[in-house]
Design a protein around this ligand. Structure first.
Ligand SMILES: [Zn+2]
Length: 325
């Protein structure tokens, strides 16, 4: 039990400007402390509500799994409410907030209006379907948000991580972006013009066909981009003169291995009991063939010395077969 639980009505609390009360399982609610500017109640799993704190600028309430909503906090600039799985409601207007972390809030369906926000991490929020307009945002992490089908136009964005968002088919205009991580965005078909991009990780984007002109790119990871065609750019200079020939040879090799694999499959099938049972069953090639061979082995062409005379019977030739032929 922490000091706060033991002295909920203590007068000294009213002069507090900063409070850290992490990991207290007994804390269910906080008293109204009007002078508080910084509060860290990380991991208080039974905390169900917070009071409206008029001058609070910094709040860390992450891993407070019983919190369902946050009150209006008009001076807030920093908010970390990550891993609050029952949080469904945020204040509609967080006009002073500049840094906001709400990763892994699995029941959050929408974000408030955030006109001053500079940095946002809303990764791992499966029910988030759209993001608000954030004109001042420069850093955005929205990894593993399967509900997101599009991103708003964020003109100031310099760093974007939208990896593993299968709902995204395209990205908005990103005129000053320098770093983009969109790996495993399986349905992303194209990228917009991003003239200032220096780092791009688009590994595993299987539907990405072409990259735009990226004149100052210094890092590129496009592993597993099966259909990506890279036009020779500065990062590939000098172009490999054997490229086309190598691709043709690889395709031949691929065809050869596919045929070889099919042949191996066929061999296994031919050796199987199932195949044998079918092949030698009545009316199937195996039986017909063995009959034919039997006949062929029985009927020999007469030798020259026999042509005029009586044909000698072979030692191995069964009697009475000629009549059947
Ligand atoms: Zn306590």
């Amino acid at each position: 039990m922490c000091f706060l639980c033991q002295n909920p009505e203590a007068k000294t609390l009213q002069t507090l400007t900063s409070l850290i009360c992490c990991y207290c399982p007994n804390l269910t609610r906080l008293p109204l402390i009007s002078a508080l500017t910084s509060l860290n109640c990380y991991g208080c799993r039974n905390l169900t509500q917070l009071p409206s704190l008029p001058v609070l600028t910094s709040l860390n309430c992450s891993r407070c799994s019983s919190l369902t909503q946050l009150p209006l906090m008009p001076a807030l600039t920093y908010l970390d409410c990550a891993q609050c799985p029952n949080l469904t409601h945020l204040p509609k207007w967080l006009s002073t907030l500049t840094r906001f972390y709400c990763a892994e809030c699995s029941n959050l369906t929408q974000l408030p209006s955030l006109p001053a926000l500079i940095e946002l991490n809303c990764s791992g929020c499966p029910n988030l379907t759209q993001l608000p307009s954030m004109p001042a945002l420069t850093v955005l992490y929205c990894r593993q948000c399967p509900g997101l089908t599009q991103l708003p136009e964020i003109l100031a964005l310099t760093s974007l991580n939208c990896s593993r968002c299968p709902g995204l088919t395209q990205l908005p205009s990103l005129p000053v972006l320098t770093c983009l991580d969109c790996n495993q965005c399986l349905n992303l078909k194209q990228l917009p013009d991003i003239p200032f991009l220096t780092e791009l990780n688009c590994a595993g984007c299987r539907n990405l066909i072409q990259l735009p002109e990226l004149p100052i790119l210094t890092f590129l990871n496009c592993a597993g981009c099966t259909w990506l065609y890279c036009s020779p750019g500065p990062w590939l200079f000098p172009p490999n003169p054997d490229y086309e020939q190598n691709v043709r040879q690889l395709l031949y090799l691929q065809t050869w291995f596919r045929r070889w694999a099919r042949l191996k499959q066929m061999q296994r099938w031919v050796r199987s009991e199932e195949f044998n049972a079918w092949y030698y069953s009545p009316g199937q090639p195996g039986q017909l063939r063995s009959e034919k061979r039997w006949r062929i082995s029985c009927v020999k062409r007469p030798r020259e010395d026999e042509e005029s005379g009586v044909r000698k019977r072979s030692r191995y030739e069964p009697e009475g077969l000629e009549a059947d032929l």
